[in-house]
Design a protein. Structure first.
Length: 591
């Protein structure tokens, strides 16, 4: 027995379908309709092999030794720690010990007759090495960044490594059967992992290198340096270019490694593809057309509109099958990328922007412009770009502008965003004012030193500076508040206009409804009037005798209605269904 279970199943189904189809007139006519329509078929067998680029592994391997050197022998500074201990535990005393004891009599046990002091507790100091300097915090942050960088790429390569066999199939038919226009589309993509020795040797060689690199990096977590730095706060870009980071060769190379990690946000690989067309014989095409019929029959049989009910089965003349074989895939080798890290403002882009802005300022200064004017112009241009970007984010889409309710929602959403931006700008202005005030104080001190005065300001000078600082702060805040208030007022006016338009629209709708109701009532009145006039005209045409007959008939009908109503009342008053004589009935009527 064959082990190809799919083929065995297909042959069983095909055999039974052929038996049913030979005896069914609907099959013959519907197949003729399919053959007469427009049919397109496409199928290819593909072999895709991904070969990954290992440039990033080379760079990290070359620079990992510099990180290892720092982790083994990190920079540190010695700090002196003072501690009050019992006299028995004091190992070293200094001049600070004597000063402490002179000002803390509670730590003196006794003073003898000769004036000798016997202390109870002493202030002692000891030296301790502190690793928590900025440069080491930078190394700790670099290590965490490197672990994430390598781990993401390792897991992605493990998931994508290998060769994929892909079977792409596409079928489309358009035909008409008994004035029913039918569009049919089928799209199947089958993917399976297979082995390709040559490609796997390359990829597994790279994967082995990554595993070795990964194990080296992970081993750093157990070193004394990383354990000591575990709870130290990480640094965030932009990185401060301290003397140690720029002049120490190990720290400088680690900074270059940070820049490389920031600039390499993708995982690049090459896709080698080979493809082969599928050959369609008559048996295969016949099976595909039968699949089209079976798919339509499945949908139509479950349709409540009863698409398959015919008084007489429509017949379609036999046509020569019309099937177009498509060939719209051209295999080629292409380089692809996978986004691994989000390209937000990081150290690499920060340094690139800094170079660009510095160059622009320098060009303006070389052209004769003052530094502060050049800096202001460059800052304004950069700020305008940022504002334009965020204004685009606040822009209302065209498809929303016709929907009044959605438009109001968008405007309210934008207003909340503007409120948050306003709060942030207020805090940012306060920071700038503090920086300006601090800078003014430093300038005044340096002026005083140059002029031969002491670096300290007099009370009057300090008061003048404080007043100037406050006035500057108030003016800047007032300007910003006015600008924000104007913007809020504009948004409020826009919102009020939109709401006013919406109210007018609703009012007009209500007036239209009332007008329709009024017209309807008038029509009903007019119809009733016309009906009465017709009745009067009809009676006027009758002779006197016929008029009497009509009036008599109306009176008789009225009496019958009254008597039926009375009988119903009597039945209600006599729930036991007793027989009532005529005399009793007459008596009841008289009463």
């Amino acid at each position: 027995m064959s082990t190809d279970f799919i083929k065995r199943y297909y042959l069983k189904i095909k055999k039974r379908l052929d038996t049913v189809n030979k005896q069914d007139l609907f099959y013959v006519n519907f197949r003729n309709a399919i053959d007469a329509g427009k049919n397109e078929i496409f199928q290819k067998h593909l072999m895709e092999t991904r070969i990954f680029n290992g440039d990033w592994v080379d760079f990290i391997e070359e620079n990992l030794n510099f990180l290892d050197n720092i982790i083994r022998k990190p920079r540190s500074f010695i700090k002196s720690i003072n501690q009050v201990v019992p006299v028995e535990r004091a190992k070293k005393t200094t001049s600070e010990t004597v000063r402490y004891l002179a000002s803390h009599s509670q730590d003196i046990r006794t003073i003898d007759k000769r004036g000798d002091v016997v202390p109870k507790n002493l202030l002692t100091s000891y030296k301790e090495e502190d690793l928590g300097i900025y440069e080491n915090r930078f190394i700790k942050s670099l290590y965490e960044k490197l672990v994430m960088f390598v781990e993401k790429r390792y897991q992605t390569i493990v998931n994508l490594i290998g060769t994929d066999y892909i079977n792409k199939f596409y079928s489309k038919s358009n035909f008409i059967y008994d004035e029913i226009d039918i569009d049919y589309e089928l799209n199947i993509s089958v993917r399976k992992k297979v082995h390709d020795n040559e490609a796997e040797i390359k990829n597994h060689g790279l994967l082995d290198r990554i595993e070795i690199l990964r194990s080296k990096i992970i081993s750093f977590s157990n070193t004394e340096f990383m354990i000591a730095m575990k709870n130290v706060k990480s640094v965030l870009p932009p990185i401060q270019k301290t003397n140690i980071i720029m002049k120490d060769p190990n720290y400088r190379k680690c900074y270059e490694l940070w820049l490389f990690l920031d600039s390499y946000g993708t995982l690049e690989y090459k896709v080698e593809t080979s493809a082969a067309d599928n050959l369609f014989d008559d048996i295969y095409l016949d099976g595909l057309h039968n699949l089209t019929l079976l798919s339509y029959a499945t949908v139509a049989a479950n349709d409540d509109s009863k698409l398959g009910e015919y008084a007489v089965l429509p017949t379609v003349k036999a046509h020569r099958p019309n099937t177009k074989i498509l060939n719209k895939y051209n295999p080629d080798e292409s380089d692809k990328k996978i986004e691994m890290e989000s390209q937000i403002i990081n150290e690499y882009y920060y340094q690139q922007s800094r170079k660009l802005y510095s160059q622009r300022i320098q060009d303006r200064v070389n052209d004769g412009e003052t530094f502060h004017a050049a800096l202001k112009d460059v800052y304004q241009s950069a700020f305008k770009i940022t504002e334009r970007l965020f204004n685009d984010l606040l822009e209302i889409p065209d498809e929303i502008k016709s929907d009044k309710v959605a438009l109001i929602r968008y405007r309210l959403r934008n207003q909340k965003a503007l409120d948050q931006i306003y709060k942030y700008k207020q805090s940012d202005l306060r920071k700038m004012e503090k920086e300006k005030a601090h800078n003014i104080k430093i300038i005044e001190k340096e002026k005083a030193i140059i002029e031969g005065r002491s670096g300290k300001l007099t009370r009057a000078e300090r008061a003048v500076i404080n007043i100037n600082e406050k006035n500057i702060l108030i003016r800047e805040q007032e300007k910003e508040l006015k600008r924000i208030q104007k913007q809020i007022e504009r948004e409020k006016i826009k919102l009020e206009k939109v709401m006013e338009k919406e109210k007018n629209r609703i009012q007009k709708e209500k007036e239209k409804i009332r007008e329709k109701e009024r017209i309807k009532k008038e029509k009903e009145k007019e119809q009733a009037r016309i009906k009465k006039e017709k009745e009067k005209a009809r009676l006027a045409k009758l002779s006197n005798s016929k008029k009497k007959k009509v009036s008599t008939k109306r009176k008789t009908n009225a009496k019958k209605k009254n008597s039926n109503a009375k009988n119903k009342k009597v039945l209600l008053d006599n729930p036991d269904n007793k027989t009532i004589s005529k005399d009793e009935t007459n008596t009841n009527e008289n009463n």
